[in-house]
Write a protein that binds this ligand. Sequence first.
Ligand SMILES: [Zn+2]
Length: 463
Amino acid sequence: MFKHIESIIYYLDFSISTFQLTMRLIFFLKNTFILHFTFSLFVLPTSSWSQQTSFKIDEERIELQLKRLSLFGMNEKGGNDRVAFSDYDLEARAYLTTYLTELGLDVTVDAAGNLLARKAGKNPDLKPIAFGSHIDAVPNGGHYDGDVGVIGAIEVLETLIENKIETAHPLELIIFSNEEGAIFGSRAIAGKIDEETLEGKTASGYTNGEGILRLGGNPEKVMEVKRTQDDLHAFLELHIEQGNILHKNKIDIGVVEGIVGLNWWDVEITGKTNHAGTTPMNDRQDAMLAAAQFVLAVNDIVTEMEGAQVGTVGRINAFPGAPNVIPGKVVASLELRDLDAEKITLLFNQISKKAIAIGEETNTEFTFIPLDATAAPALTDTRIQEIIRQNAAQLGYTHKTMPSGAGHDAQDMAVITPTGMIFVPSVNGISHAPDEYSSPEAIAKGVNVLLLSILSLDTTDFK
Ligand SMILES: [Zn+2]
């Protein structure tokens, strides 16, 4: 315990000196001592995992590790600025590298800047079971997005090591590089990186190529990190939900059925610019009026269809943009997301049909320009979904099968290996903000399910 506090204070001395942050730390330390409890989970023998009688994950250790990680990049607003490739990112990785090495794991960095920690299995001929997430944040983000999956995965490894449990498959923790900026590391493993991605600027100011070099990667060899189904047995990611379904409905575990695909369009609405004082109401070609009807139509069409699809008009610009001029042109955005690419097409067809009708009514014209932000839906493996459900049920946790509306490293891993994803509740659904929070109890449940699911995967034959 004192070692932990010393390092926090050590870090604080060098990096953070504001009164506000000091108060936060004192509050945290007080909580740690006052609420000194250990959550223990005793896993009873099951038919598939019968050689040991009991072992536990350590809820308090997870909480402490998350707090320690949060200090790398914590800002004065209480948020986190640990954007990919920043000094904070490098410092946090150095800390985790030391920690993982001291656990006796084989720690390396691949050419894409992914941090890998391997634990040998009993059968070296078997493919590794991979699991992990990311530690980079959006600017002024929170302390749980990605971090929970990484710290949870480390806790799983530490628990197995402490209890001298050896899996048949090798285990491989992956801390992916630049998830928030480009989903870089996992896309590299899936073989989806090109020169353009390497040249892309990131929030740190570095390009992806420069950034992975800072992490110990090698842009020239980034294509070599590509893996196939021959290289991995399965992949699991634990993550906060970043939405409010689990928290609102008091459900412990989300079993992710897939990461939704998304399509973007620019919607250009052309009318006629004219004098707002002299043009009668019945003689206008008001592009803004058409846009207003369009926004409502998108909401109606997306809402009326059964399912969990979402549709958003998030940006709108009127031209020329003066109070006394009827807008002759509006450029809006349209985003549609669903697990089923065909459904996105179906929704788009209905929306564009309605747009033609609005255009006729308002004497304007709609043009849809597809944008390059398209992401295909990625489905998780139904057998792994069932493993997660069964393990959650065995532990007495409530669970719900649901799509992920946000993008994750798992979406690219799903292309190359059977993949599963476990969600824990985000309080009030807040994410990518300093207020992002998941309780230690909620996180511990997710880590328990992750642990059992990794052990289940060890005895699962996917052929
Ligand atoms: Zn994330």
